[in-house]
Unconditional design. Structure first.
Length: 58
């Protein structure tokens, strides 16, 4: 019984240690996108997407 208690305590400690929110913003501004700016697609990428879309429409 003691081994189970120790195992559960260790597992709980490890689970809580993985809960870190360092990469996310903690405050948000309403109506303002806080993500990275979109990059412009190259002509070849646009052509590929158009071709794929036309295939799906058939």
């Amino acid at each position: 019984m003691r081994i189970i208690s120790i195992t559960l305590a260790i597992a709980g400690s490890l689970a809580l240690a993985g809960c870190q929110d360092t990469d996310r913003p903690l405050s948000y501004n309403k109506g303002v996108y806080g993500g990275k700016a979109d990059t412009k697609l190259k002509a070849a990428q646009v052509q590929t997407l158009r071709h794929r879309g036309m295939q799906q429409a058939q």
